[in-house]
Design a protein. Structure first.
Ligand SMILES: Nc1ncnc2c1ncn2[C@@H]1O[C@H](COP(=O)(O)OP(=O)(O)OP(=O)(O)O)[C@@H](O)[C@H]1O
Length: 584
């Protein structure tokens, strides 16, 4: 319950205390049946009625408190769900953007839905019965001591053995539940991937529901489920056996005492009835323990997510810089953990300067690190060695909001929300006037999209912008970047061939930005390269050549080769053409 915060923890303790009190009252009500029976046996009807009244009062108090405890459990569950969702939401905005992959998104949705559902169930369906099923038999055992200390002690001595067997069974089941959880998370991720990649799968001729990674994940989930079922059945059998053995031992002891004449046989019969109330609830203790562990696994997964390390925010952030030159100073970065041998650095001590309000084009073979380089500026991830500075300030020293306010990102995978065309542009600058939005849209040739769509600017673009073509989506994202009017623009030109309008918009918007913002563009077209103040040619995670177009042509190195090969054949630098195999 720590996950719900301090207030929830206090509420939880009160809830458990109340549930314990209900358990004690239920045990006392059961124990009161013994004097009722004995009074009847001794024909003392007055005492029998008296004890019956006590029994009624205790049972009524227990029932009333049980209603209260159930209500409290409900409130507690709701509070924890809200607290968990809040913390989860908070954590998601703090995580580095690079953390979000289809696998982690699948895991998150699984955890957010199942984890919270389990918490709600834990308080209501598990914790109350579990507390009652422990406290009531213990109260019965203690009160038995008052009637016959020998039989009472026998019950109390059995308690740790029963507890141990319940714990062992629960632990086994907990491990099985963890496997089910992992398998279900994996299936969830594969399912999302399967839905998301339908186009790719179908174009690869993989039709229907046959998709090996998903089938494997479902098989693993089935196997884990079967193992968990066996584990749970074995636990129940073990628990039932131990409890029956304890009950049998208490009955045998009672009979022995009666036969030896050291206990009244009627007394013993009444106590055997009470012992049955001791063993009944304990039989399903293992089952409840399993449910609790299952819940703990789900809650643990939420906690793991909540405790993931977010992007470290500076304790005292530097003020937003007034100049906007970008410097990569000896930057080393790899996607794995640390810089161990399992994590080949993608950038190897790379240094590059993009002066204030200048434009640098990044070119180079596929996989040379161009995308990675631009994303380090926006702190999708942090560098492992060296530094990325903006206006002389390390990007890690800036508050994330301040940093993002300086940047406009025009990436190929920029997401359009299932909202209106206008709202998607305004996202770049929520405070922009209608006039500013329309001007940016006009420049990025989005106006003609609005004119074509039935509801104009108010037309919704569908989830991820699916109502628009790839080129149109890029135009909307350019309009979004233009309306933001940020001093630094990171531009990833589309690698796929664009329609002529979009191609012209890309060229024009880059021309517009030149001199007004610091622009770092991953260039795939010669038209873009030609507009840059300088060109950095990347290979193997380092800048192998950097200079103006004329300088680099005169040097007759890698860039000159690339330029000639593009000029003589293709107009675009597609990925295949720029691959390492073919010298650019
Ligand atoms: N999220 C990621 N996790 C792990 N490795 C990655 C990730 N993104 C990129 N890489 C690896 O980093 C290397 C550089 O990739 P990057 O995308 O930066 O190159 P690029 O020059 O932009 O390539 P392209 O022109 O094909 O887009 C590649 O080997 C790639 O496989």
């Amino acid at each position: 319950m720590a996950i719900g915060g301090t207030a929830t923890r206090r509420e939880f303790r009160g809830f458990l205390a109340l549930a314990t009190l209900v358990g004690v009252l239920q045990g006392l009500a059961l124990a009161t049946t013994v004097p009722v029976l004995l009074s009847l046996h001794h024909d003392d009807t007055g005492a029998a009625w008296g004890w019956l009244a006590v029994l009624g009062l205790v049972a009524a108090a227990g029932g009333t408190l049980l209603t209260r405890v159930t209500m409290r459990g409900f409130h507690l569950a709701m509070n924890v769900i809200v607290a968990m969702h809040r913390r989860l939401g908070q954590r998601l905005v703090e995580l580095p953007i690079g953390w979000f992959t289809p696998a982690t998104t699948g895991r998150t949705s699984h955890v957010a839905v199942r984890g919270t559902m389990f918490v709600a169930q834990t308080a209501m369906d598990i914790l109350v019965p579990l507390t009652l099923h422990v406290v009531t038999p213990l109260t019965v055992a203690v009160t038995t001591c008052f009637y016959d200390w020998r039989m009472g002690l026998a019950l109390l001595a059995a308690a740790p053995v029963i507890w141990l067997s319940a714990t062992l069974a629960g632990r086994r089941n907990g491990a099985a539940e963890r496997r089910i959880h992992d398998a279900a998370s994996a299936t969830n991720s594969r399912l999302l991937e399967f839905a998301d990649k339908q186009l790719t799968l179908r174009s690869a001729g993989i039709e229907g529901t046959a998709y090996a990674p998903l089938d494997d994940a479902i098989d693993e989930q089935r196997r884990a489920g079967r193992r968990a079922l066996w584990s749970s059945v074995l636990g129940l059998v073990l628990q039932g056996f131990v409890v029956q053995a304890a009950f049998g031992a208490a009955v045998t002891l009672g009979v022995y005492l009666a036969v030896r004449g050291t206990a009244d046989p009627v007394h013993v019969v009444a106590l055997i009835g009470l012992c049955a109330q001791f063993s009944g609830p304990l039989k399903i203790l293992a089952e409840l323990g399993t449910a609790l562990r299952r819940s703990a696994v789900e809650v643990g997964a939420v906690r793991d997510l909540v405790e993931l390390e977010g992007l470290p925010e500076p304790a005292t952030p530097s003020p937003p810089p007034s100049r906007h030159d970008l410097v990569f100073d000896n930057v080393t970065f790899g996607y794995g953990e640390g810089l161990g041998k399992d994590s080949e650095p993608v950038l190897n001590g790379l240094s590059l300067t993009v002066p204030h309000h200048s434009m640098v084009a990044l070119v180079g073979p596929s996989g040379s690190g161009k995308t990675t380089l631009t994303r380090l500026i926006a702190r999708f991830w942090d560098v492992q060695e060296g530094a990325v500075t903006l206006g002389g300030t390390d990007v890690r020293e800036l508050a994330t909001d301040d940093l993002m306010a300086q940047l406009s990102l025009v990436f190929q995978d920029v997401y359009l929300f299932d909202d209106t065309l206008e709202a998607n542009i305004r996202l770049g600058n929520p405070g922009a006037t209608d006039e500013q939005v329309r001007r940016a849209a006009e420049f990025a040739a989005v106006t003609e999209i609005a004119e074509r769509l039935p509801d104009g600017w108010q037309s919704t673009v569908g989830e991820g912008g699916r109502a628009l073509s790839g080129g149109e989506r890029q135009r909307v994202s350019i309009a979004r970047a233009l309306v933001k009017n940020a001093p630094v623009v990171l531009f990833d030109e589309a690698t796929a061939a664009l329609d002529p309008t979009t191609e012209a918009v890309v060229t024009e918007s880059i021309r517009l930005l030149a001199g007004r913002a610091t622009v770092l563009v991953i260039a795939h077209s010669l038209a873009t390269v030609a507009q840059a103040d300088s060109i950095a040619f990347l290979d193997g995670g380092v800048v192998v050549e950097h200079g103006t177009h004329d300088d680099l042509i005169a040097r007759n190195g890698r860039y000159a080769q690339f330029w000639r090969s593009r000029e003589s054949g293709h107009h675009r630098l597609d990925k295949a053409g720029a691959s390492k195999g073919e010298q650019p």
